[in-house]
Design a binder for this molecule. Structure first.
Ligand code: ATP
Ligand code: MG
Length: 423
């Protein structure tokens, strides 16, 4: 026998026993998007490498070391999308969706990052991304946070998530802050690790993001960006806070929250949990007003977030209850030639009458005993039985697979009425 080929490390199959919980989460996400007037956009998984370099920034973890980049047969450099913001904006600019109009959009799908695989950190993972274009005020920032809170509420996981917010100011404010920060860290450069020393030259704000515990103290004492904000950035941030207070959203202002990507400005936020160990960020986003121009569009504004669906699903309370909900209601058993001939017709007419019915038909024959075994394994609540007697009398027998009790024989119309009570 030849050797079996295995999936790529960090890229996981989602097997049929887990897909129902995914479908459940996806259906809640879709419904909530509709409730706020957001529309779905479907985007390619592969884009030109240049798009990510230009948007995410050359000196970020993603671009420096996490992208799946390859040359296609024409020699063009392409990359599997590590996130969706860049592609979404590229599509909107390409199709003129930002011409004198606002957009509220969402997408869902696989993202790819070459990271060290561990719990809740994979090389292929799924995100829901939500983006709003052309709206400048803090009201839309607040809307996105409220929308995300509704997701947690509707999924029953809101008690496990905490909101952190910060403002990164405008590019000019960040540059002024950057100078202060560089001066501060230069004064302590003997305490920095190698990564941070490199970032001091390339992207000093990222030092604040460092996960190295040895740096915690010096980072804690570093100057704070919020103190550099000018009047209009301060007002933007304060109005956002007022809106959140008004809506009863609890949050903590975390002045060290800088986000890993280059393109953010003003509002940034993260929903974090203690329940998933080290990978505590479930949802992260913010405002990225400069990105549209950076990608060749006319000056406009944008704000959005992305959430990691694997982490979301890991937070569900008793996810197995969603998997059970996908089991068939009924399993149709047929033994004997007459019965087998009749089975497909009976099954089809039940499906005609009851479109919501999940009915699994036995295929491949077998004795009553072996068909009952399969019926039980399918998770169905009842077995529908067609034997010679039923075929002769035009009836169907019903037996519960989950409760004690005998078998009852029903006409087809009685059966339809009975199955309707199971839906
Ligand atoms: P982290 O700090 O965990 O590396 P990040 O800042 O790189 O996160 P974003 O680019 O903001 O993450 O992505 C948004 C969300 O997508 C994250 O909060 C997380 O839930 C999810 N996510 C990111 N990378 C991965 C991954 N490799 N595997 C699973 N989920 C991920
Ligand atoms: Mg990351």
């Amino acid at each position: 026998m030849s050797e079996k080929i295995q999936a790529i490390r960090g890229m996981h199959d989602i097997l049929p026993d887990h897909t129902p919980r995914w479908q459940y989460v996806e259906s809640v996400l879709r419904r909530v998007m509709g409730a706020y007037g957001y529309h779905e956009i479907r985007l390619p998984i592969v884009e030109k490498t240049e798009l990510f370099k230009r948007s995410i920034g050359e000196v970020t973890d993603i671009v420096e070391k996490e992208m799946y980049t390859f040359d296609d047969r024409n020699g063009d450099s392409l990359t599997l999308r590590p996130e969706g913001t860049a592609g979404c904006l590229r599509a909107c600019l390409e199709h003129g969706l930002l011409h004198n109009q606002t957009q509220r959009l969402w997408y869902m799908g696989q993202m790819f990052r070459h990271e060290r695989p561990q719990k809740c950190r994979y090389r292929q993972f799924h995100q829901l991304g939500v983006e709003a274009y052309g709206m400048t005020g803090p009201d839309i920032d607040a809307e996105l946070i409220l929308l995300s809170r509704r997701l947690w509420r509707d999924l029953g996981i809101d008690a496990r998530l905490e909101l952190q917010i910060n403002s990164l100011g405008t590019t000019a404010e960040r540059l002024a802050y950057r100078a202060k920060l560089v001066a501060y860290f230069r004064g302590h450069s003997d305490c920095l690790d190698e990564d941070s020393r490199r970032r001091l030259e390339t992207n000093p704000l990222r030092i604040l993001d460092s996960k190295n515990p040895d740096l915690k103290e010096i980072i804690d004492r570093a100057p704070v960006l919020t103190e550099e904000l000018d009047e209009s950035s301060r007002t933007h941030f304060q109005t956002l806070r007022d809106r959140l207070d008004e809506a009863g959203v609890a949050y903590a202002v975390n002045p060290r929250l800088v986000r890993g990507l280059d393109y953010y400005s003003r509002t940034v936020f993260e929903w974090v949990t203690q329940a998933l160990g080290a990978q505590g960020t479930v949802c992260a986003g913010g405002r990225y007003d400069g990105l549209i121009e950076q990608l060749g569009g006319k000056e406009s504004t944008a704000v959005g977030f992305a959430l990691g669906m694997e982490r979301l699903i890991d937070l569900l309370d008793q996810p197995e209850r969603f998997d059970d909900a996908a089991a068939p209601h009924a399993y149709l058993i047929a033994v004997g030639e007459l019965a087998e001939t009749r089975a497909a017709r009976v099954a089809e007419s039940l499906r005609d009458a009851l479109p919501a019915l999940r009915l699994q038909s036995n295929c491949g024959g077998g004795s009553f005993k072996s068909q009952f075994k399969r019926a039980d394994k399918s998770g169905a609540s009842v077995a529908l039985i067609l034997g010679d007697d039923e075929a002769r009398d035009q009836t169907v027998s019903v037996k519960s697979l989950r409760e004690e009790g005998g078998q009852r024989t029903l006409t087809e119309s009685e059966l339809t009425a009975f199955l309707n009570t199971l839906l």
